[in-house]
Design a protein around this ligand. Sequence first.
Ligand code: PBG
Length: 333
Amino acid sequence: MTPFAPYPHGRPRRLRRDEFTRNLVREHTLSPHDLIYPVFVLDGEKQRQAVASMPGVERVSLDLLLPVAEQCVKLGIPVMALFPVIDAKLKTPDGREACNAEGLVPRVVRKLKQEFPELGVMTDVALDPFTSHGQDGLLDETGYILNDETVEVLVQQALTQSQAGVDIVAPSDMMDGRIGAIRGALEARGDIHTRIMAYSAKYASAFYGPFRDAVGSASNLGKSNKKVYQMDPGNTDEALREVAMDLAEGADMVMVKPGMPYLDVLRRVKDEFRVPTFAYQVSGEYAMLKAAAQNGWLDHDLVMMESLLAFKRAGADGILTYFALDAARRLRA
Ligand code: PBG
């Protein structure tokens, strides 16, 4: 820029002047196809329970989940992610219910795929909804979470889910080597179409609190945390190493979690690997926005849409969000 250039040197506001120019030059947009809707499913019939720390989110039984699935299809939401609320009586230290072919998750998967074959169904691979201690894996006598022993169970859990017909398995446990072990087992059984979305860069975050209320693992977990397997919030190079390993082991898609506080990680992952990359706007992020909106401090719909667009801008191909239905309805309107 020369010191004598006429003032002003440019007028970027020209392209912001009218709606049509803003629409014309917008770099990133959101579509219902970008959204994955996480849902909490209960056993039984006609069961509906509000989750206090997640206003607007309910745990529902399968019969009441079907109309929700229908909504997803109508709105163009491609995938529903299932999280089971397991009866306390079925929780054990080894979480063996996770591998029960007649358990809640396989039953829900079978019914959903039967009723709505066009809707993608994704299931979490991790033991926390099934363990009496609320950790994602098996413990040794000191309380440390065992890696290889846990991976063996996760493989059985993933096989149980794929046998039930799930489209995407999503290991969220952060054990080492689980993607390779699961991919190998799926291939060995001929389940070549089962997609793996790896929770690759999953941080030991305090933003999961409301989710743990929703699946009922919070009280089991008590004061303990998941820092010996989930990532340290101070790290980003490590996220790239985790993603590289998961891709080498056979992941089709990778994920960064939580979402908004980790957009820098998302951007680095997308730039480095250029693979389908997802972000999870987790329960605590949802709760914050809901609480502020309920107080009248933020405009609900505007912050919802802005927060989701931010993920696209940061490089996400898709977003897991409890706002999926609301956001898709707004996009369709
Ligand atoms: C379980 C799992 C968690 C979430 C998704 N899968 C919780 C955790 O790791 O404790 C969190 C989702 C959310 O907070 O919305 N492994």
